[in-house]
Design a protein around this ligand. Structure first.
Ligand SMILES: [Zn+2]
Length: 74
């Protein structure tokens, strides 16, 4: 019985670590300040930029050069 719980806890920890690893791997993608979702790369006249996933409902965009400034959530 208790061994089963231990295994579950261990699995949970593994998943948690994977989640963190995934999040770290995705650190270059900024998050929309309005929706809190990851933004997507879009192509415009002036080059590529970050746009909200919920466009056209949400019109938040971000210049790609400014993406480092958005890494304050850590
Ligand atoms: Zn948005």
């Amino acid at each position: 019985m208790s061994g089963c719980i231990k295994l579950r806890l261990r699995l949970r920890l593994k998943l948690y670590q994977l989640e963190i690893a995934f999040d770290k791997g995705d650190y270059q993608t900024p998050t929309c300040v309005a929706c809190g979702v990851k933004m997507v790369q879009r192509q415009g006249k002036g080059g590529s930029f970050w746009g909200c996933r919920h466009y056209p409902k949400c019109k938040v965009t971000m210049a790609r050069a400014a993406q480092v400034l958005d890494e304050r959530r850590i």
